[in-house]
Design a protein around this ligand. Structure first.
Ligand code: FMN
Ligand code: SF4
Length: 400
């Protein structure tokens, strides 16, 4: 007999209408996806299941860097989905480190009200709210970008940071994390992915320094570890996660063996979780990376490798369009949590459909499409061609 498709399995219904069978402890176990719908506690924060929204910048914030009605509507939808934790897209820790024109800002107390609205919107839907904080370094949407070293970046040469400027930026991370906590977020995430500033220090191709921040990997991880320490010293027991660049996918770039040194150090230094990813803006559009990135679960091997190095919960993302694949990643102990960015955005009912045995109805992100990334890179807000026309029109109308 072949495998019965999950979508037609009869699902037991509990006394309060919950789906699943009661475990010995009294909680309900999902009959098809017991791992996906199992809770986990990270540094005292309970997540109701293993599904998180991975950060996804869509260009929805207001020009001022504050929330807009469209951005709040978007995060309400994401939080209503039933995912346990929503990691809000990168918010800049200083205007010189902003990634794009419509990047959220958390570089001044005047943005606290805006951030409070955002955290509140997510938490009202019974999801945990995390804020990703970032300095874009050499990729900054700024007139004079800074970086560990003056290495050319898409035709521009960033200014190499002085030791004093490095200290200032460290402080800016800590202040931004403090604002995330004050605004009511449950966690903060340091953006060490996509080739932004933290990753630029770790990479051998963008860090050519000759001081204590450059040279061997032990020196190149110094800056992210100092940032982590400064943040933790500032926010106390507030949980701090890390978006982790495991491989730049560039011939002369950072690779797993060196990235693993950072993973081990983060784990020893109290990081709450590591959310793995691969690639940077310099590799995302290379033909072999484009091909690789079309495959379901294309970043899972990175997560599985990092999991062997770090004794903290690991998030895996990357085209995890089916609950069945997500469950098998958790069951196979390749990761502890699932990160859905585009799959949850395309279909905010992903979680509900998985829980209710309606996998076949999930609307999937198309591997042939890259429209959202291309739109935001052109400075435009992203709308998905897989949505119904009505949804696209109504959201476009909300964009100001
Ligand atoms: C348009 C777009 C914006 C993104 N913005 C962010 C971001 O702000 N921070 C981040 O860490 N990753 C960002 N990512 C990467 C995603 O979090 C995720 O790792 C990637 O899209 C693969 O996962 P998925 O297939 O679930 O979308 C972005 C990806 C896309 C396509
Ligand atoms: S279908 Fe295209 S626009 Fe929609 S999420 Fe996927 S890549 Fe982005």
């Amino acid at each position: 007999m072949g495998i019965v498709p999950a979508r037609i399995l009869p699902l037991p219904i509990g006394p309060k209408g919950q789906i699943g069978a009661a475990t010995k402890g009294g909680s309900m176990q999902h009959p098809v996806y017991p791992n996906l719908f199992k809770s986990i506690t990270i540094k005292g924060i309970r997540l109701k299941n293993r599904i998180t929204m991975a950060p996804l910048y869509l260009g929805y914030a207001a020009d001022s860097g504050r929330v807009s009605p469209l951005l709040l509507h978007h995060y309400k939808l994401m939080a209503q989905s039933g995912a346990a934790m929503i990691v809000v897209e990168n918010a800049c820790i200083s205007i010189g480190g902003s990634g794009a024109q419509r990047t959220l800002r958390c570089d001044h107390n005047r943005y606290l009200g805006s951030l409070e609205q955002l955290a509140d919107t997510i938490k009202k839907q019974k999801a945990r709210a995390a804020l990703q904080i970032n300095h874009a370094g050499r990729y900054a949407h700024a007139p004079s970008p800074v970086a560990p070293s003056a290495v050319e970046t898409f035709g521009r040469i960033p200014k190499a940071l002085t030791r004093r400027e490095i200290r200032t930026i460290r402080k800016q991370y800590a202040n931004a994390a403090k604002r995330a906590k004050a605004a009511g977020f449950d966690l903060v995430e340091l953006h060490g992915g996509t080739g932004y500033l933290l990753a630029q220090f770790v990479s051998p191709r963008t860090n050519k320094r000759r001081d204590v921040y450059g040279g061997p990997i032990e020196n190149r991880i110094r800056f992210p570890l100092e940032v982590l320490k400064e943040v933790k010293d500032t926010v106390g027991n507030f949980p701090v996660g890390y978006r982790f660049l495991a491989d730049e996918w560039l011939p002369d770039g950072l690779k797993l063996p060196e990235a693993s040194v950072l993973a081990r150090a983060l784990s020893k230094n109290g990081i709450a979780y590591i959310s793995t990813m691969g690639g940077t803006y310099e590799s995302f559009f290379l033909p072999d990376v484009v091909e690789k990135s079309k495959k379901p679960g294309y970043m899972v091997p990175l997560a599985a490798s990092v999991k062997k190095q770090a004794n903290v919960p690991i998030i895996a993302a990357g085209r995890l369009s089916t609950p069945r694949r997500a469950e098998s990643i958790l069951k196979g102990k390749q990761a502890d949590l699932i990160g859905l960015a585009r799959p949850l955005w395309v279909d905010p009912d992903w979680v509900r459909k998985a829980r209710n045995g309606q996998d076949g109805r999930i609307v999937k992100c198309s591997p042939k499409c890259n429209a959202c990334m291309e739109l935001v890179m052109r400075g435009k807000p992203a709308f998905c061609p897989r949505w119904t026309k009505e949804k696209r029109v109504s959201l476009k109308e909300m964009f100001q």
